[in-house]
Design a protein around this ligand. Structure first.
Ligand code: HGY
Ligand code: MN
Ligand code: MN
Length: 416
C-alpha cells in the first residue's frame, strides 16, 4: 500500500461516542470528570478501556505501576512496537478530554486500521499511563517516570495522598497492580495526542499543534511552621504567623514569574493549613509552588530566587521554612524526525498547523528519555483545562486523531 493519502481518516463519530462514554465514568459535579488515579472510578474506567481494546482484537498487559499496554500485533513480531497513548486519570475537577483524547484517539487509530484491513510491520501498543496528573499522588507523570528510570518503584509506591494512603496500597486495593516489570518494554517510537490546555492554537486559528518542545517544571513543596494561637486574643506583635508568610511568598512567586516574562509561569494550586480552624492561627502551612519555563537556565534561576526569598520572608516573621522538590523535569526537545512526520501528516490532510511548545507536562516528556517521542495537539475552547468546563469540538478531536493515524502509519510502516 502506498503512503496513506489525504482520504485516510478515522471514524469521527465513533471516537466522539467513546469520549462521551468514558466521560460518564467518574463524572464531576459540573459536566466534567473526577476520575482520580487509583480510585474506584479510575478502576471502572480501566475496565471499560480494556473491554474496548479486547473488542478491537488487542491483548492487554499491565505493569507493576498499573500502566496498561494494549497490543495490536505487527507483521514482524521482532520489530519494536510503536507506542501511542496518554492517560485516563483526571483532576478532581477535570475535563472530559485531558489525557482521555490521547488514549481513545490511539484506540480509534487501531479501530480504523482494523476497519481498513491495514497491517503494519511494527506492532502498535495503545497505552494508558497511570497517575499522569499527580493530583492525588505527587509528582505528576509518576508511572511514566518509573518507566523511564527517573523514579524507583519503591519511591512511587510510597507516595501518599492527603489521607495518608500510599500509591502501592491503593494500586493493590483496586486490583490493577500488574506483573510486568516497569520499563522492561522497549519502544520503537512514542506518539501522544493531547489537547493544548492553553489558548494559542484557537487564537491563531490552527487545528493542529506540531509540538517541538515541552517546558520544564519544578514543584517546590514548602512547609512553614508558625505557632498555633487564638486569632482573637493573641496580640499582633506576639504572632508567629505562617499564614502571613505564605501570603507574602505567593506574592513573591507572582513577581518572580512576571519579571521573567515572556515564557515563564508560577503559582500555587494546593494549600493545607493545620489545624485549619477558623479561629486558630496555623501551626503549619504546606503548599506546592509550581514554576515552569522552556528555558533551563531561567527555570533554575527562578527556583533559586524563590527559595532564597521565601527563607528571608519566613526569617523576618520568625516562621520556620522547609522546602522539598516534589516534582521536576527539565525542558524537553521532542524527536525532530517524528516532529517532521507529524508536520507532514498535517500537511497531507490539509489541516492548518503551527509549531508549539507544550505548557503542560505529559508522559511523552518521560517517554522521550527512553525512545524517540513527540506529541500532537488540538485546540481547546478558550484554552481552558483542569476545569470541568474544558471543551473541544468533534472536528478538532477528529483532526488530531487523523494526524495521529497518519503519523503512526508512517512510523509503524504499512505492509502491503
Ligand atoms: O501538571 C501538568 O502539567 C500535567 O497536567 N500533569
Ligand atoms: Mn494530561
Ligand atoms: Mn492534566
Amino acid at each position: 500500500m502506498s503512503a496513506p493519502g489525504e482520504n485516510l481518516r478515522i471514524n469521527s463519530a465513533r471516537l466522539w461516542d467513546s469520549l462521551m462514554e468514558m466521560a460518564k465514568v467518574g463524572p464531576g459535579i459540573a459536566g466534567g470528570c473526577n476520575r482520580q488515579t487509583l480510585t474506584d472510578e479510575d478502576a471502572a474506567g480501566r475496565v471499560l478501556f480494556q473491554s474496548w481494546c479486547e473488542a478491537a482484537g488487542m491483548t492487554m498487559g499491565v505493569d507493576a505501576m498499573g500502566t496498561m499496554f494494549a497490543t495490536r500485533p505487527g507483521e514482524d513480531p521482532g520489530a519494536l512496537p510503536v507506542y501511542v497513548g496518554s492517560h485516563l486519570d483526571t483532576q478532581p475537577t477535570g475535563g472530559k478530554y485531558d489525557g482521555v483524547l490521547g488514549v481513545l484517539g490511539a484506540l480509534e487509530v487501531v479501530r480504523s486500521l482494523n476497519d481498513l484491513g491495514i497491517k503494519t510491520r511494527h506492532p502498535i501498543v495503545v497505552t494508558n499511563w497511570a497517575n499522569e496528573e499527580g493530583a492525588r499522588f505527587a509528582p505528576a507523570m509518576l508511572a511514566s517516570g518509573v518507566f523511564a528510570g527517573v523514579h524507583t518503584l519503591d519511591y512511587a509506591y510510597g507516595r501518599k495522598d492527603l489521607d495518608g494512603k500510599s500509591y502501592g496500597e491503593e494500586l493493590t486495593r483496586i486490583g490493577w497492580k500488574g506483573s510486568e516489570e516497569v520499563g522492561a518494554r522497549k519502544m520503537h517510537a512514542y506518539y501522544e495526542l493531547h489537547i493544548e490546555q492553553g489558548p494559542i492554537l484557537e487564537a491563531e486559528g490552527k487545528t493542529i499543534g506540531v509540538v517541538t518542545h515541552c517546558q520544564g517544571l519544578w514543584w517546590l513543596e514548602f512547609t512553614l511552621t508558625g505557632r498555633e494561637a487564638h486569632t482573637g486574643s493573641t496580640p499582633m506583635a506576639m504572632r508567629v504567623n505562617a499564614g502571613l508568610a505564605m501570603g507574602r511568598i505567593f506574592e513573591m512567586v507572582q513577581e518572580v514569574a512576571m519579571k521573567n516574562q515572556p515564557g515563564a509561569v508560577g503559582g500555587v494550586g494546593q494549600v493545607k493549613f493545620s489545624p485549619n480552624s477558623r479561629n486558630v492561627l496555623p501551626g503549619t502551612v504546606v503548599f506546592t509552588v509550581d514554576i515552569r519555563t522552556p528555558d533551563q537556565a531561567k527555570l533554575d534561576r527562578m527556583r533559586a530566587e524563590i527559595e532564597a526569598r521565601a527563607a528571608e520572608i519566613c526569617a523576618h516573621l520568625g516562621v520556620g521554612c522547609a522546602v522539598e522538590a516534589v516534582g521536576h523535569f527539565d525542558p524537553v526537545t521532542f524527536d525532530p524526525a517524528l516532529v517532521e512526520t507529524v508536520r507532514r501528516a498535517a500537511d497531507t490532510l490539509g489541516y492548518p498547523h503551527m509549531n508549539i511548545i507544550s505548557g503542560a507536562g505529559h508522559d511523552a516528556c518521560w517517554a522521550a528519555k527512553v525512545a524517540p517521542a513527540t506529541m500532537i495537539m488540538c485546540p481547546c475552547v478558550g484554552g481552558l483545562s483542569h476545569n470541568e468546563a474544558e471543551e473541544i469540538s468533534p472536528d478538532w478531536a477528529a483532526a488530531g486523531t487523523d494526524v495521529l493515524l497518519h503519523a503512526v502509519l508512517e512510523t509503524a510502516e504499512v505492509v502491503a
